[in-house]
Design a protein around this ligand. Structure first.
Ligand SMILES: NC(=O)c1ccc[n+]([C@@H]2O[C@H](COP(=O)([O-])OP(=O)(O)OC[C@H]3O[C@@H](n4cnc5c(N)ncnc54)[C@H](O)[C@@H]3O)[C@@H](O)[C@H]2O)c1
Length: 382
């Protein structure tokens, strides 16, 4: 397969995981990275053995040999940077959320259609092997008609008032936090696997910590030291730590999603339970190699990830035999493989990955959920 040259903008947490996943494909050259924090840019380029690194992403975009750009910066920069990537004639993989409001998302979608470039959003959690298996079983009619979908996405990294990150400032994350940051993955996954669409929502939001303590210097500065109260300043928080959203789907099914970023002990747990007229399935991302299958008239089953017993249509999404666990880093590898095959194939459609249409859909859903919480009313998804 022809080698493809790529650049990655933003090398904090997720940027390096894009690079690792791309390298596993075997046909992607990482030409350069860019990070506004020059220290981070240099350290990560050295750690990841990337020859070129920039402080200004515009210099990366000026590299003629780069065909694809991954945008891994905080949310508020997705729109302006992705726009520049597309105008530079390069394919793009944008982290979620695609932008910080639906208007920006619509603008990017229009631009993608005009340029004909390949544009993907990194809703990577779709690519756990057993999530693909769930989708295949639903499509094959094994679950029957869907009656209800319930679930949650919970984490505990914001349990303490002193926990801090740019995501807590709406200027950088957008007006909603927990729903956009983690709920968007759940909503994307559930619509993707079930094939049904959310039509109406009723949301209840809570900000457990109305103020938080922001470190006045970089947290790294304090590594190994005990922080004093003078090392923090109080910051007002105007985004939600928690939300429960009632859902109605276009086939008549009902559902609910809870997101919580202050759930002690839940490290990073996306869970869904899907109830059909023939059977049920349940899965969660902290135990991703097992799927529970619930039956009324016979024994329940526990499906352990094993490509040889998965539906043949999705076997390709499990690269290792049964008993060899696959996890978070594998999901990006599978997603990128489809995106880059699409790039190689040119105009031929056919590879499955989350597109800017999907990214725009999530922006609309999250916006309606926010509006419902604000007005304390059922809201329709237009
Ligand atoms: N798909 C997933 O599972 C997943 C997981 C984590 C994060 N994300 C998304 O990835 C994005 C980044 O999150 P993160 O956790 O890696 O954040 P992070 O803070 O760890 O990293 C962001 C990096 O972007 C850099 N940056 C900021 N402004 C820049 C600019 N103008 N030019 C170049 N670099 C700039 C920062 O210096 C930082 O190193 C977010 O949008 C987040 O929602 C997705």
């Amino acid at each position: 397969m022809k080698k493809i040259n790529t650049g990655v903008i933003g090398t904090g947490f997720i940027g390096p995981s894009h690079i690792e996943a791309l390298r596993r494909l075997g046909y992607v050259n990482i030409i350069a990275t860019a990070d506004i924090n020059k220290k981070v840019a240099k350290e990560k380029a050295e750690q990841l053995n990337v020859d070129k690194f920039y402080g200004d992403y515009k210099e990366l975009l000026a590299e003629k040999s780069i065909e694809v750009v991954h945008v891994c910066t905080p949310n508020h920069l997705h729109y302006p940077i992705v726009k520049e990537v597309l105008l530079a004639g390069k394919h793009v993989v944008c982290e979620k959320p695609l932008a910080i409001n639906p208007e920006q998302g619509r603008d990017l979608l229009k631009l993608v259609k005009k340029t004909g470039l390949v544009a993907a959003v990194h809703f990577n959690l779709r690519f756990y092997p057993l999530v693909q298996q769930a989708k295949a079983m639903i499509e094959a009619g094994e679950i029957g008609d869907i009656l209800a979908i319930n679930g949650s996405y919970q984490q505990d990294w914001l349990l303490y008032r002193t926990d801090y990150n740019w995501r807590l400032e709406s200027e950088f994350s957008g007006k909603s936090r927990a729903v956009v940051d983690i709920g968007s993955h759940w909503l994307d996954m559930v619509e993707y696997i079930s094939g049904i669409k959310i039509e109406k929502v009723y949301a209840d939001f809570c900000t457990f910590f109305k103020t938080r303590k922001k470190p006045v210097k970089s947290i790294e500065t304090y590594t190994g030291k005990i922080l004093k109260s003078s090392d923090y300043k109080d910051i007002k928080i105007n985004t939600e730590d928690y939300a429960t959203v009632l859902l109605r789907f276009n086939n008549g099914a009902h559902g609910s999603m809870t997101v919580n970023q202050a759930a002690a002990g839940r490290k990073n747990r996306l869970a869904f339970e899907l109830y059909g007229t023939k059977m049920s399935i349940a899965w969660n991302s902290e135990n991703p190699n097992e799927m529970w299958i619930g039956k009324r008239d016979s024994k329940n089953e526990l499906l352990i990830k094993d490509p040889s017993i998965m539906n043949s249509s999705v076997r390709q999404y499990s690269s290792y035999p049964g008993g060899h666990a696959e996890g978070f880093p594998d999901t990006s590898k599978q997603l990128f493989n489809n995106v880059y095959k699409q790039i190689s194939a040119g105009k031929e459609p056919g590879f499955d990955f989350p597109t800017f249409e999907d990214g725009y859909r999530e922006l609309i859903l999250c916006d309606v959920i926010f509006d419902s919480a604000l007005k304390e009313k059922w809201k329709e998804v237009k």
